[in-house]
Design a protein around this ligand. Structure first.
Ligand SMILES: [Zn+2]
Length: 154
């Protein structure tokens, strides 16, 4: 599943659509909720594909804020802090094999059923690891915001 964010009145191709998978979108929007709650709260249900929107004026304002955050290194620090937190989490039971290290068929045919997710170790990084924010996503979203003329999440 992915998130498609469409420009309402785009002024260029960049402003037509911004797409991310759910992991990329959620972590990107969490940055905005964390840093700019006064703008984030204007978008209804930003973590779903239900048509939440932001007008042109606020999109331009958010674009400038994100762009400035990138220039002064604020985004890099945020991403590094998220990475540090995720690195501090212990491994958990593999969610694919529930910690047994084998698939269901591996119970009867151990040589054929090693869990591909954990290579048979039974442990894996926590699922939260998929939600590490990316600097490039925020920079690209800032460019989209500048030229989208307001957006709608579908
Ligand atoms: Zn496994």
């Amino acid at each position: 599943m992915g998130m498609d964010v469409y420009g309402i009145k785009p002024t260029s191709d960049i402003g037509k659509v911004f797409r991310r998978n759910v992991w990329g979108w959620h972590s990107l929007w969490e940055y905005i909720e964390h840093e700019y709650p006064e703008i984030a709260c204007k978008v209804d249900s930003p973590h779903t594909n239900d048509g939440g929107s932001l007008n042109k004026k606020d999109s331009l304002l958010l674009s400038d804020k994100i762009n400035n955050d990138f220039k002064i290194g604020k985004i890099r620090i945020y991403v590094e802090e998220c990475q540090k937190f995720l690195d501090s989490l212990p491994d958990v039971d593999c969610y694919a094999c529930l910690g047994f290290g084998v698939t269901r068929s591996g119970v009867f045919h151990p040589s054929k059923g090693v869990c591909r997710q954990c290579q048979g170790k039974g442990k894996a990084r926590p699922y939260a690891y998929n939600y590490l924010p990316r600097i490039d996503d925020l920079v690209e979203f800032s460019l989209f915001l500048k030229e989208c003329g307001g957006f709608k999440i579908l």
